[in-house]
Each structure stands twice: as structure tokens, then as C-alpha cells.
Design a protein around this ligand. Structure first.
Ligand code: PLP
Length: 490
């Protein structure tokens, strides 16, 4: 009987042809990305409505599927890799990063134990240590790669919880007469702190938001006062989370002072360097890492600043064994896989199955080298400073926060200029600032975000994309100025 080819994989000669086709598709996409709208103008649900709601009964040709990606999916995307995408934190797509992702696909391994994936395990240990060296962390810190910083902080606080309330791993939290734990972080910190408290049964309410100072850094005196008040009320301070590069303004908390408080009260210190941590590669940003050696855990997201494609986040723990103790659990069916004295990354978190994330990091970091990364981050700062100069030169605008990294928050205030709109109250200007961002994003020509600082709406630009040139930034700034003119005359 003749073989039924449809039951196996695609024949090699056809697969090779499809790969070439896909290679061309990727190269064309990258080359022409700036011609695309940055964001779609589709109404919610419109993309789903254009797709078949019925699952496919028969297999379809790759050419047809690729055609539909072009026709239906690409126009429905916000293109984070577009040079005029300036939302959130810029983005990390690069050609070597894409190659790293592609090379990972055919391997399709599960990096749960050393045995199941020796090279994936050892490469993860290696690249995690490269970043440790780059940011100057002492080698008592070991790391593990997770998808995101949110998952990283949850694991870090699980260890903090276990060390403050031993046997929680075994007994759980309930019916044990434990004190109510508190976690402190600034009013600028990321919501992943609360998410971790929710997941760990510590309670969202027990994350205490400490006010920040005029430069959006945690107010250390207020932190001390909150801890004293909590102690008097029989709460137990468990941890403090210091942010190096906050989400709205990239402000940096005074880690040395927070570390001192953590020492005094035997609290866990977690440094959230999800965004800012990568800048520690630059000698001029060495100050960021002051007292990191006193931290218990640190998160850095190379998918935000170190050019690794999403997702790739590293959690460092001072003495990684502390993390392993909380999460190691070897089911019988894997016992034979864990006999070597090698790391089994399934022991360092709740995930069993793990992607081979280290390969793409190894490819991009070898391709750029430290020098290539540093040059690119410096160029982001050069562009950032240009934008700051342009904002200062147009009196209708003001900077809304100090600029520490390639994140610029600014606001149309009107200045002395005649307002097209009838009133210039701060509340009215909130709406105007928000409307400018909305109009620009709806135009498809650029993409910005907005945030609130001290209760006021501001526009926000995050640089980070290797494709964004000075000319792109000039074009965006002109677009902002022109859109602002619809509200405030020049
Ligand atoms: C300072 C900070 N911490 C944590 C996070 C959460 O990152 P992730 O998406 O990797 O969970 C973000 C996200 O932007 C962030 O800005």
C-alpha cells in the first residue's frame, strides 16, 4: 500500500520551499515595516469577524495561511517594532533576535531538567551569568529565566514568605496564627507587586504604597513612618520593593537607603529593575546598582532593554538555593531525570515545562556584544535628549518628570499662547493631552502612551527601537506639535 503522506510531516523539499517563502516574508516585513500603519483603525471584534469561527475540518495549504496572515492579521496589529512606535518602553525587535527565535523553533525542547535538555539548561545558566557580570552583581547571585517580571516577583516574594513563616510551603497560611505581613513599595511601582500578593495569599491590601518625592522616588521618611505605624499595630513588615526605572517615568528609588531599612527590620529587599536594570551595562549608569549586592532578589527584563525578543526576564536571588528550597518537588516519573548534580530549572519555580529561551538571548548578545548594546542604549539617550530640547523650546509644553532613561513625560500646558479651546483649566488640559495621544494613535502614523502624574494626564514617549532614527523622532515631534495646534495656537 502506498504511504499516506498527509499523515506524516510536510515532505522535506516542500518544507524547504515554504521556509524560503517565510524567510522572504520576514525580510519583506522588516524592510517595509515603516510603510505600515503603526496601529490599526479596526473596531473591536472586526478582526474576529473576518476570520472563520468554525475550526478547520480539513488541512489548508501554507501559502493560503500565509496569505491570510498578510491580509487579516498584519493590518490588525499594533506594530511594536515600527520605528514610530513610541509607546511603553520602545521595543526590542532586531534581525539577530528574530534569527534566534527562528533557530529555537525546530528544536522545540522542554527545558525542565538537565537531562531533558542539557544544552538548554547549561546555556540558561551561562547567559544569566553573562548579565550578572555585565551589571556587576556579586557571584553569590544566581538567576533563573521566566517569561516576565511579574512572575519573577511572585517567586521572590514566595521565598520571602517562606523565610518569614517557615513551613508555609507545607502547611499553607491559614489557621496558623501568623502575623499579617506587609510589603512596601512606592506609589510609582508596578502593579505586579499587588498581583504577587494576591497569588501568594498575602493580600492586595497588605501592599502598602509609599508616597514618592518630587522626582517620583520613594519617600524614605514616609517608608520609615509606615513601618513604625505597622509595627505598633502588630503587622509584620515582610518585604520592600525598590524600583530601578519605574513604569511611568523611569525614576529610580534610593536603593541604599531602602536596603538599610530592610537590614534594620530583617525584611526581604526586592529590586525591580525590569526596565532600568539593563542600563546598568553603561558605565555612566553604574550608580543604579548601588547596594544591589544587599538585595535578596533582583529582576531584570532583557526583553525590555537588552534586545532579547519577548519573553525573557531574569530573577536573581542571593543564594539561588533559597529559591530552590521553596519550589523543588520531584514527581516519581521524573526522579530518574534528576540524578545528576546539575541544575534542573523545574526546581526553581512553579513551571514544569519550560521554553528554550536562552538560545535567542545567546544569539542576540553574541551578535551585538556588550559594546553593541551599550552603543545602542547610548544612542537612545542621545535621541531622548534631543526630544527634551525640542520640548523645552516650545513654550506650550513642559516636561512632567525628570528624564533619567529614554522615557519622556511631557504635557501641553498652553503657556502664554492663545487657547483654541475655551478654558485652560488643568482638568480641561488633561482631556486635551489625552485627546492628542488618541488622535495621533488613531492616525496610524505614530504611537504614544499617556499616564497620570500627580493626578494630571501627561503624554509619554519611550524610545528603544533600533529602527527609530532622529528623522523618525523629528516626524513624531512635528506630529505632536501640529496636533497640539488644534487646541493651542503656536
Ligand atoms: C517597573 C516594572 N516592573 C514590572 C513590570 C512587569 O513586567 P512584565 O510584563 O515582564 O511582567 C513592568 C512592566 O512594564 C515594569 O515597568
Amino acid at each position: 500500500m502506498k504511504d499516506r503522506p498527509s499523515l506524516g510531516d510536510t515532505p522535506p523539499e516542500i518544507f524547504r520551499k515554504q521556509l524560503h517563502q517565510l524567510a522572504d516574508w520576514i525580510a519583506d516585513f522588516r524592510e517595509n515595516i515603516s510603510k505600515l500603519r503603526v496601529a490599526p483603525n479596526a473596531k473591536p471584534g472586526a478582526i474576529r469577524a473576518a476570520l472563520s469561527a468554525q475550526p478547520p475540518e480539513q488541512g489548508e495549504a501554507f501559502e493560503k495561511i500565509l496569505g491570510d496572515i498578510d491580509r487579516l492579521i498584519v493590518p490588525g496589529m499594533v506594530h511594536w517594532s515600527h520605528p514610530m512606535f513610541l509607546g511603553y518602553f520602545g521595543w526590542t525587535a532586531t534581525a539577530p533576535g528574530i534569527l534566534g527565535e527562528i533557530a529555537t523553533a525546530p528544536l522545540n525542547v522542554n527545558a525542565m531538567t538537565w537531562r531533558t535538555s542539557p544544552a538548554a539548561t547549561e546555556l540558561e545558566t551561562l547567559v544569566v551569568d553573562w548579565v550578572r557580570q555585565w551589571v556587576g552583581l556579586p557571584n553569590e547571585f544566581g538567576g533563573v529565566v521566566y517569561d516576565t517580571a511579574s512572575v519573577g516577583i511572585m517567586h521572590a516574594l514566595a521565598v520571602a514568605r517562606e523565610e518569614a513563616a517557615p513551613s508555609t510551603r507545607t502547611l499553607g497560611l491559614s489557621a496558623r496564627n501568623l502575623p499579617r505581613f506587609r510589603i512596601y513599595t512606592s506609589d510609582q511601582a508596578h502593579s505586579s507587586v499587588e498581583k504577587a500578593a494576591i497569588a501568594l495569599g498575602l493580600g492586595e491590601e497588605n501592599v502598602q504604597r509609599v508616597p514618592s518625592d518630587a522626582e517620583f522616588r520613594i519617600d524614605v521618611a514616609a517608608l520609615r513612618a509606615m513601618i513604625e505605624r505597622d509595627l505598633a499595630e502588630k503587622f509584620k513588615p515582610l518585604a520592600a520593593v525598590a524600583t530601578v526605572g519605574t513604569t511611568s517615568t523611569a525614576s529610580v528609588d534610593p536603593v541604599p537607603e531602602i536596603a538599610k531599612i530592610c537590614r534594620e527590620h530583617k525584611m526581604w529587599l526586592h529590586v525591580d529593575g525590569a526596565y532600568g536594570g539593563g542600563f546598568a551595562l553603561l558605565p555612566e549608569y553604574e550608580w543604579l546598582t548601588k547596594s544591589w549586592s544587599e538585595a535578596d532578589s533582583i529582576v531584570i527584563n532583557p526583553h525590555k532593554t537588552l534586545f532579547v525578543p519577548l519573553d525573557f526576564s531574569i530573577l536573581y536571588v542571593r543564594d539561588l538555593e533559597r529559591l530552590r528550597r521553596v519550589f523543588t518537588l520531584v514527581p516519581e516519573y521524573l526522579r530518574g531525570d534528576t540524578i545528576e548534580a546539575e541544575k534542573n530549572y523545574m526546581d526553581y519555580g512553579i513551571q514544569l515545562g519550560r521554553r528554550f529561551r536562552a538560545l535567542k538571548a545567546w544569539v542576540i548578545w553574541r551578535s551585538l556584544g556588550r559594546a553593541g548594546i551599550v552603543d545602542r542604549l547610548r544612542d537612545q539617550m542621545r535621541l531622548t535628549n534631543l526630544l527634551v530640547d525640542w520640548i523645552k523650546a516650545d513654550k506650550r509644553f513642559e516636561l512632567a518628570a525628570p528624564v533619567v532613561m529614554p522615557v519622556v513625560c511631557f504635557r501641553l500646558v498652553g503657556g502664554e499662547h492663545e487657547l483654541v479651546a475655551s478654558t485652560a483649566s488643568p482638568a480641561r488640559m488633561d482631556i486635551v493631552n489625552s485627546e492628542i495621544v488618541e488622535r495621533i494613535n488613531a492616525s496610524g502614523r505614530a504611537y504614544l502612551t499617556q499616564t497620570k502624574l500627580r493626578g494630571r494626564t501627561v503624554m509619554r514617549i519611550g524610545l528603544g527601537n533600533v529602527l527609530t532614527t532622529e528623522q523618525h523622532l523629528r516626524n513624531v515631534w512635528e506630529l505632536i506639535q501640529n496636533t497640539a495646534t488644534e487646541f493651542v495656537t503656536r
